[in-house]
Design a binder for this molecule. Structure first.
Ligand SMILES: Cc1cc2nc3c(=O)[nH]c(=O)nc-3n(C[C@H](O)[C@H](O)[C@H](O)COP(=O)(O)OP(=O)(O)OC[C@H]3O[C@@H](n4cnc5c(N)ncnc54)[C@H](O)[C@@H]3O)c2cc1C
Ligand code: SF4
Length: 534
């Protein structure tokens, strides 16, 4: 095995959280290396540059790693989950493919045990993260409209995305019902910003933004971190974290770009592999001293997997909408975010109002929903469906349940022979009731907006893009994996900064919170460096 020169800080994973923690720690001038199993993505390779942009969203830029099966992907056994995983493995991680929808969690999300008697409170509150949300908004470049009554006051870095036809029509429907809606916070530049060109509303965001308007971390945090001499080593897949005789992390074993096995010694190890990659790595790092996996004395590594079940509500309109022209999501509603027990469930959800699909997706969707038949009616039906839909998805708070797990599959392995993860996930009764409620209210909204017909579906089967809870934070080592500032209770120089440390999932997309947490943990590491391992 090749031995590599030791480093002060080793970060595993170059996605949303790995980038933020690297940037923040760079000012310490410590020797920092990030190992990433994937590669840099060249923006000229993005499907947006080619005519087959939509079909490539089902191929090499697809969202499901099992179907995409690129060299950087590892297989995931998801046979026992109705919701399939979506991710991206490469510099930027999930932010390469994400929609850039960038809400913050609410203050109530940190106190669900106190407020609603379910799950657990977080060991920190909204005010702890507030300054880090603000730094992150500036680093990512967040377009927003200040004054949203659903949130504590916050500043907008730049003007919001335009409403477009879809936003205007759906907003009118919401006004008729008197329900909350607002311009969504989006990590999409509406002005030229920090070397990034502004959004030109082409609408290919989910397959990567060739314009550079969407804030993926390869073009935000990583550019600054590398200027501050952080090294990113790509095509390097970590197999396990090693420990020394004192039970401290001593580094990692990884396979480099040529497939050679290497040992990278490090003083501090930071895991940023997401809610599935992180428990996989910790469980694969079992040793005689840590037989149940590293940092797992609580037995909670891999438990409490939360995925955010999604409902989809699509309206069919007589008039043309603005279809796929522009970012997918421009407005949201948090009318049903906080608990109201008369609805029959606790906690709540956000509606993300979405534009219609491009021509290929519209055709596929229309055919599977039997709205576009073959034969002489085909063209007429296609004209009626394409560019004539708008609607919303409901993103439902998923409460932690220990039987929803990431474990190591006994058979499945990745290209390097490293055991692959298996997920087991079931939708709870609370989530099912919340989904049904959201479909019914969403139908009312679309009818109020003028839709002549509405189609609903829940859960959306391929919407497992929020991966949370599998190495939760807390003050009690028996009930949590990391402490209130992200350090493993068991291994004092091991930190986790990705979505796996969430205690509860909230009813919003997680990336703004994941990155705020990573910045907060980095600050704690800096402040406590002198006596970090006491
Ligand atoms: C299609 C899609 C749409 C989305 N839309 C939104 C949205 O609108 N808003 C939002 O907030 N979120 C969205 N998300 C989710 C968002 O991308 C994630 O929340 C975010 O990227 C998670 O950050 P992370 O740091 O936890 O992990 P990731 O960004 O997933 O990064 C983990 C990195 O670790 C690397 N890695 C894993 N294991 C190893 C290993 N053993 N060795 C080396 N490297 C390893 C991976 O290759 C990856 O690059 C979306 C995701 C997808 C896929
Ligand atoms: S719509 Fe805007 S953010 Fe989306 S891909 Fe086009 S330029 Fe990028």
């Amino acid at each position: 095995m090749s031995k590599v020169e030791p480093v002060d800080v080793l970060i595993i994973g170059a996605g949303a959280s790995g980038a933020a923690v690297a940037w923040s720690l760079a000012e310490t001038r410590m020797r920092i290396v990030c190992l990433e199993q994937g590669d840099w993505v060249n923006s000229s390779d993005y499907p947006a540059n080619y005519r087959d942009w939509e079909t490539r969203q089902m191929g090499d830029f697809g969202i499901n790693p099992n179907r995409r099966a690129n060299f950087a992907d590892y297989p995931i056994n998801e046979d026992e989950s109705p919701i399939k995983v979506a991710n991206f493995n490469g510099v930027g991680g999930g932010t390469i493919l994400y929609a850039g929808h960038f809400p913050r969690v609410h203050p109530s999300d940190f106190r669900v045990r106190t407020l609603d008697g379910v799950a657990d409170d977080w060991p920190i509150g909204y005010s702890t993260l507030e300054p880090y949300f603000a730094v992150n908004d500036r680093m990512m470049g967040v377009a927003a409209l200040a004054g949203d009554p659903a949130y504590p006051p916050k500043e907008a870095v730049m003007p919001p995305l335009p409403l477009g036809k879809t936003g205007t029509v759906l907003g009118r429907g919401m006004n008729k019902l008197g329900w909350h809606w607002w311009a969504a916070d989006s990590a999409i530049a509406t002005e030229d910003y920090e070397g990034r060109a502004k959004c030109i509303n082409l609408g290919h965001c989910i397959a990567g933004c060739a314009q550079g308007a969407k804030a993926s971390t390869d073009i935000t945090y990583w550019q600054e971190a590398m200027r501050a001499r952080v090294e990113v080593r790509t095509r390097c897949r970590v197999r396990e974290i090693t420990t020394n005789a004192d039970g401290m992390a001593s580094g990692v074993i990884y396979y480099d770009a040529e497939g050679k096995e290497c040992h990278q010694p490090a003083e501090i190890v930071i895991v940023a592999c997401n809610g599935i990659g992180t428990p996989r790595l910790l469980l694969n790092s079992a040793s005689s001293r840590f037989p149940n996996g590293l940092a797992n004395s609580s037995g909670l590594v891999g438990r409490n997997l939360m995925l955010h079940p999604y409902g989809s509500i699509t309206g069919f309109f007589d008039e043309p909408m603005d279809g796929y022209r522009g970012p997918h999501i421009g407005t949201w509603s948090q009318q049903f975010y906080e608990t109201d027990r008369s609805r029959g469930f606790v906690r709540g959800y956000t509606y993300q109002f979405v534009r219609g699909a491009g021509p290929v997706y519209a055709a596929l969707m229309g055919m599977t929903a039997l709205r576009i038949p073959w034969g002489h009616e085909h063209h007429r039906a296609m004209r009626r469906v394409f560019d004539h839909t708008a609607g919303m998805v409901s993103i439902c708070e998923d409460l932690p349940e220990e039987h929803n797990t990431v474990t190591i599959d006994p058979v499945l392995k990745d290209a390097h022979g490293i055991p692959a993860p298996k997920i087991r996930y079931a939708i709870s009764e609370n989530s099912r009731k919340m989904l049904d409620f959201s479909l019914a209210r969403g139908t009312e909204i679309l009818k109020a907006a003028g839709a002549y017909d509405v189609a609903t579906a829940a859960p959306m089967p391929h919407a497992g893009w929020h991966l949370m809870g599998t190495a939760r934070m807390g003050t009690d080592p028996e009930r949590s994996v990391v402490n209130e500032w992200g350090r493993s209770h068991d291994v004092k120089n091991l930190f986790i900064v990705d979505g796996s440390i969430f205690v509860t999932s909230a009813g919003v997309n997680p990336t703004a919170t994941i990155q705020a947490l990573a910045l907060y943990i980095a600050d704690n590491i800096k402040q406590r460096l002198a006596n970090l391992f006491d």
